[in-house]
Write a protein that binds this ligand. Sequence first.
Ligand code: GLU
Length: 342
Amino acid sequence: MARLSMHDRLPYDEATTPPRVSTGDLPDPADVQRVVTEAFHLYQANADGVVADYIPALAAASPDLFGISVVGARGRSFEIGDVDTPFSIQSVSKPFVFALVCEAEGYDSARQHLGVNSTGFPFNSLMAVELNDARTMNPLVNAGAIATTSLVPGTTAEEKFEHVRDGLSRFAGRELSMSEDVYASEAGSNMRNHGIAHLLNSYGRLYFDPDAATDVYTRQCSLEVTVHDLAAMGATLANGGVNPESGDRVIAASVCRRVLAVMATAGLYELSGDWLYEIGVPGKSGVSGGIVTVAPGKGGLATFSPPLDPAGNSVRGQLVTKYLAERIGLNLFASEARPTLS
Ligand code: GLU
């Protein structure tokens, strides 16, 4: 008998037999807004963490910037603080570009090209490439992310970047554009990322010219978003791939849940396990201070606050997300015992 593995397809077509889901709804809208406001005031005075400065343009961000946005799966939003301030998306782009690649080439093939397990190493680790035979471990750390970008449809760097820009704009529900300042600053200081790309190329695990792939990746990281955009992007992943504000289907539901699985295992750098243990929801953070969190079926939550912990995760963002996950019921692992039958 042929050996079966968890990677095999189910014995029916997921597209025509959609899976049942295990999720509920957000609480009453007035309660969500109240708890979002509470979280903002509770953590506004927190002064822990350091603004990233390894990309010179990021060092200029004010540590006081702070915004929270929740976009529900029905398209309602609940927000407070600096919700209109643009910032570069940085690593928060990674799951969304992975989603576009899965959509284009299929999630099985994307897993084979990129991997979906966590590395346990910092986001820009070369050691993780050397120590793992598959070289790329997942699409959310730099090695896997640059490889993901190299797989984006398009025969030129321009076409690939336009595919990314257009796809991320559809996730956000508005046209996104790049910050020229952040791009110039990062392009002048990202030799390590070029090194990672060349190393992957030497192992046959990069799928486009290494310098061109790194350049598209750098432009992708320089796309500007607001915290509302990130929440809408998260809400699209929470809503089976359809942006609840625009009604646009960006990716298939079957892709959506694979993207969330990777965010759950690898979204918060080397603290991803701690995040899942404490907060219990897929998330992705970036060094400019954004975190997007997705509560499947319920909505997307985004926070923006530049000061970071040593792993690169926004300090206030983690505190707010933990508070909201408990108060509005986002933790995927939470259950309560039912009354026992007597
Ligand atoms: N563009 C940044 C880099 O590759 C992204 C880092 C991040 O947000 O984790 O260094």
